[in-house]
Design a protein around this ligand. Structure first.
Ligand code: GCO
Length: 462
């Protein structure tokens, strides 16, 4: 049990560090919370297939029921309102809209998200919508999935369909969530759906994900009300050197290409990192004329998912392709249940780096949070002091970046409530709200109460 970092800032003080137009929210994703995977015309996704495959997820957990959010929208939005959220980031299940990924559209699927958006607006909560959070329609995977360039075009068609229906009410669109994970975990090391283990396929899948984003941006923007923000969410892993040896600095730079620049460079600079594929001992992807121009189309917001950091030590005898071989533990650090170091300065350093290297118009922290062992005694409380300390530290560090000039416009805690944590199933709890999966009862953890106190203090300043 690591010692809780003492928080110098009182909650009221913390609230004063953010401008009045700052947006406070929480985030979820369709497959992680909705359940109802066979309902109202929804088609199968790669995560239905993957999680139903023996050995792929913790104890064979699947998203079949999850938080049953599909049937509990009114109650869950009421809880968001209880927390005082300004915004809610959720994702749309592509296979609810196009059960086969393309072709015949499923009106019942679109109607569900229209109800969710309207319920949010009734509570003065801004909808921020992720169009792709990893749950590719299985029918498209059957045709090669993200290794097939046609999937990028199918995504842009799907995105425009959704924007035409909801673009008059959505505050912000995020085309893709963490394409790095969709590409590398899905096609490179296979720990996520569709479970392909071929690093070269991951390179081509990444390119088609980026292309899908670039094709979708102008079509989503054109179908939305003027001023609607359109962007993408990337995951980043801030890297720090264990020492100042030349091989450490060399390996850190290469690990940075793999962990952080692989997607950011094409999006903001219009090119991949110069020697990246050579360093990975892989071929460059097949790139068609105008692809990089499409990929780097200007965007209004960069969503930043940041949880931790890694400390890298150069190991001359280990090829960098296995980037994790270079990560070293930090003896005195506090780690979450995901074995992620709690290091609040990582989010400050990352936001400053992104601002200085890529100059995005606006940044949002679209995910930040922690999994800790939460115990529920059947009562009305769940005490999670380490998660409260986590949020206090990372939000204070985000404020430092803001005050240093980073155009940070909002913060979404991951997650609103405990949910299906992909290959970890339900073994990892990230929520501010505890979910008893047997009864589907929701219990506000102390971190939810603290967040509500922070937001109340913030909103009382108006
Ligand atoms: C991600 C995903 C979320 C995860 C969260 C905790 O960032 O990996 O967007 O779906 O559940 O990050 O791992």
């Amino acid at each position: 049990m690591c010692a809780l970092q003492s928080q110098n800032l009182l909650t009221k003080q913390l609230a004063t560090l953010f401008p009045q137009d700052f947006i406070w929210g929480t985030a979820t994703a369709a497959y992680q919370v909705e359940g109802a995977i066979h309902e109202d015309g929804r088609g199968p996704s790669i995560w239905d297939t993957f999680s139903a495959t023996p050995g792929k997820t913790f104890q064979g957990d699947t998203g079949e029921i999850a938080d049953d959010h599909y049937h509990r929208v009114a109650d869950d939005v009421a809880l968001m309102s209880r927390l005082g959220l300004d915004a809610y980031r959720f994702s749309i299940s592509w296979s609810r809209i196009y059960p086969q990924g393309q072709g015949e559209m499923n009106e019942q699927g679109l109607a569900f998200y229209e109800r969710l958006v309207d319920t949010l607006l009734e509570h003065n909560i801004k909808p921020f919508v992720t169009l792709y959070h990893w749950d590719l329609p299985q029918a498209l995977e059957d045709k090669g999935g993200w290794t097939n360039r046609e999937t990028a075009y199918a995504f842009a068609d799907y995105a425009e369909t959704v924007a035409r229906r909801l673009g008059d009410r959505v505050a912000g669109w995020i085309t893709l969530n963490e394409p790095w994970c969709a590409a590398y975990l899905g096609y490179g090391n296979g720990v996520h759906a569709p479970g392909v283990k071929d690093r070269q396929s991951a390179i081509q899948a990444a390119h088609h994900l980026l292309l899908a984003h670039g094709l979708a941006v102008p079509r989503v923007r054109a179908a939305s009300k003027p001023g609607t923000q359109v962007g993408i969410t990337l995951n980043f892993q801030p890297l720090y050197p264990a020492d100042d040896r030349a091989e450490t600095l060399r390996d850190l730079a290469i690990a940075d290409e793999f962990s952080n620049r692989w997607f950011a460079d094409p999006l903001f600079l219009g090119r991949y990192p110069e020697h990246y594929f050579e360093h990975m001992a892989l071929h460059a992807p097949t790139v068609q004329e105008h692809d990089m121009e499409i990929i780097s189309t200007p965007i209004d917001l960069l969503g930043v998912n940041c949880y931790s950091r890694s400390v890298i030590r150069g190991l001359p005898e280990v090829p960098l392709a296995d980037a994790t071989a270079h990560v070293v533990p930090v003896p005195s650090a506090c780690y979450t249940e995901m074995a992620w170091e709690v290091y609040p300065n990582a989010i400050r350093d990352l936001l400053l780096r992104l601002h200085n290297d890529y100059h995005p118009q606006q940044l949002y922290v679209t995910e930040n949070g922690a999994a800790f062992k939460d115990e529920w005694d059947g009562g009305d409380a769940v005490h999670d002091p380490r998660r409260v300390a986590f949020y206090q530290g990372y939000i204070a560090a985000s404020a430092e970046a803001l005050q240093a000039g980073v155009p940070l416009k909002g913060y979404f805690a991951w997650s609103l409530m405990d949910n299906f944590e992909w290959a970890e199933g339900y073994s990892k709890r990230f929520g501010m709200i505890y979910v008893d999966y047997q009864s589907q009862r929701r219990i506000l953890k102390d971190s939810a109460l603290w967040y509500a106190e922070l937001l109340a203090a913030f909103h009382s300043q108006a």
